[in-house]
Ligand binder design. Structure first.
Ligand SMILES: Nc1ncnc2c1ncn2[C@@H]1O[C@H](COP(=O)(O)OP(=O)(O)OP(=O)(O)O)[C@@H](O)[C@H]1O
Ligand SMILES: [Mg+2]
Length: 292
């Protein structure tokens, strides 16, 4: 006999399914959340399920650890500043190959296995993500003036043209986007995946933006989960260094996505099975909600 619980669970999801029908949800799948095959397959199933119940998921993925692994194997050193990878031409080649190739296509293949139809693209395809070179200001120690750091081929997004995404989703496909952009002169830029996800979410006017990472959400100094965080608290926690590394661009750009018209944004733990479904379809939200 199937359990009554299963029916209860489906019924609990009904108001959410109704609310989300026809809407666009941008999901950033962090490279740090892609820890094992089981989790990646669960993620692919979750995304496929969303598509079949009438939601339009758009996946943007990272791949930091996967890039590091290949760089290590090739004997190339990596440095990070404020969560951004310093990228010379040789590093850029590896980044583009790993993100646009290996990582992107493995997500596409897993969604296919789950019964969905995914199309893997980078920000270069369809003129989607235009970028320019980023400069990073690093505060000097004591009274020293701020230092300007040249991160190489690290880009910031200047414009997102979402036409290709709309075309794909309208025809029943699930776009899977690698965070690579193109400059005015055709040069390739490595862009933080959170930044690309947030800008795409704003360009699409997404109903939800979900950032899947490898921690439960934003944590305070005692490693306790913060259930919701606003602009003031983000500023305060960055300046006292309670928020560091990859969490900085995640929060800064999540805030700009919200001011750009995205309905809601959550940071959740992608290393917990089916966290995406739990966040979307149950009464108690998990992770951290980012508020303006
Ligand atoms: N206050 C904080 N709360 C939670 N995590 C934090 C905090 N400050 C820094 N972090 C770090 O941010 C990390 C998440 O960002 P990170 O860029 O490493 O991963 P990702 O964005 O999920 O993956 P990828 O960069 O590959 O796309 C966490 O693993 C944690 O180490
Ligand atoms: Mg990151």
């Amino acid at each position: 006999m199937p359990s009554q619980n299963v029916a209860d669970i489906l019924i609990e999801a009904l108001p959410y399914i109704r609310q989300f029908a026809g809407s666009t949800i941008v999901v950033k799948y962090g490279g740090h959340a892609m820890v094992d095959e089981q989790l990646k397959m669960d993620f692919a199933r979750d995304i496929t399920l969303l598509k079949y119940i009438g939601i339009n998921p758009v996946v943007v993925h990272g791949g930091g650890p996967q890039i590091n692994e290949v760089m290590d194997r090739m004997g190339i050193k990596t440095q990070f500043v404020r969560g951004m990878r310093l990228t010379d031409a040789e590093t850029m080649d590896v980044v583009e190959m790993v993100l646009g190739g290996k990582v992107n296509k493995s997500i596409v293949a897993q969604i296919a296995q789950a019964g969905g139809r995914a199309v893997g693209i980078t920000g270069k395809d369809g003129g989607m993500v235009s970028a320019r070179k980023m400069t990073i200001m690093k505060e000097g120690a004591g009274d020293a003036p701020p230092e300007i750091i040249d991160p190489g081929l690290v880009g910031e997004v200047t414009h997102v043209n979402p036409d290709i995404l709309k075309t794909l989703t309208d025809r029943g496909f699930i776009p899977v986007v690698a965070p690579v952009g193109v400059g005015e002169n055709g040069e390739t830029y490595n862009i933080n995946a959170d930044v690309v996800a947030c800008r795409i979410a704003a360009a699409l006017g997404a109903f939800r933006l979900i950032l899947l990472t490898d921690v439960d959400g934003v944590l305070d100094r005692d490693k306790k989960l913060i259930h919701s965080i606003d602009t003031g608290e983000v500023r305060r926690m960055i300046s006292d260094e309670s928020i560091v590394g990859g969490m900085i661009p995640k929060l800064e750009y999540a805030l700009s996505a919200l001011s750009g018209g995205v309905g809601k944004c959550h940071i959740i733990n992608g290393t917990r099975r089916h966290s995406l479904l739990l966040e979307l379809f149950t009464d108690q939200g998990i992770g951290t909600e980012v508020l303006l």
